[in-house]
Design a protein around this ligand. Structure first.
Ligand code: ATP
Length: 199
């Protein structure tokens, strides 16, 4: 799998729609200080579902929307679309291309789309779980990220290894199933109490 295309519109300093195409192998983004290089990696993290404004170097989520300059008015929404080549079958589904879009309006309303269909953030998390590509995946390493890995606790390191070997998805599903079992158990207890009261 590789990153094929990134389209930005109204995201941080990218007021006008911009499309960046990448080919297989190494790509480098170069430019003067403040030209928007880190905004591009922020956009990748954001479209993959990043919810932490701190990781996106802002104070509130609205800060990702173009806030205007002397010559340009602020915009009302930010949109990022990421296209991944999946011909190698990296994720478990059979799609040749995975296209993910995230849009956020100043009103706070937000949308996610996967291959042109509206979806939930959870669907995006599940698709990338165990691939290393999700918002917490190890394929996106920001400044200071390496030091964080070196200084990680044994539990944190175990989390990284578990993501790499692909068991996080099963662990999450197990936790969800355990929660459902617990809720069902509680409901059964309540039913038993009610039955005892009636009898
Ligand atoms: P450096 O090489 O110094 O790390 P960089 O190329 O990585 O710089 P970025 O940090 O990506 O640059 O971009 C910073 C620029 O983005 C600043 O000029 C900042 O004003 C602008 N910017 C950030 N958020 C917004 C926003 N919401 N609206 C408009 N401009 C924004």
């Amino acid at each position: 799998m590789y990153l094929k295309k990134l389209a930005l519109a109204g995201f941080k300093s990218f007021a006008e729609p911009v499309e960046l195409e990448f080919s297989k192998g190494v790509s480098a983004i170069v430019g003067p200080n403040g030209s928007g290089k880190s905004n591009i990696t922020d956009a990748i993290r954001w479209v993959l579902g990043e919810q932490s404004t701190k990781s996106l170097r802002g104070k509130k989520m609205e800060d990702v929307i173009f806030s205007g300059t002397e010559k340009k008015k602020p915009l009302n929404y930010a949109e990022v679309t990421l296209t991944l080549d999946n011909t190698s079958g990296f994720t478990l589904d059979n799609l040749d291309e995975i296209v993910i879009t995230r849009r956020l309006f100043r009103s706070g309303e937000s949308e996610y789309r996967m291959n042109q269909k509206n979806c939930k953030l959870k669907d995006i998390h599940e698709l990338f779980m165990d691939t290393g590509l999700g918002k917490n995946g190890y394929s996106l390493i920001s400044q200071g990220g390496i030091e964080n890995i070196i200084g990680a606790s044994p539990q944190e390191l175990r989390g990284i290894v578990e993501e790499a070997v692909g068991i996080v998805n099963y662990k999450t599903k197990k936790q969800e199933a355990e929660k459902k079992l617990e809720n069902t158990q509680n409901n059964l207890e309540r039913l038993k109490d009610i039955l005892e009261e009636i009898e």
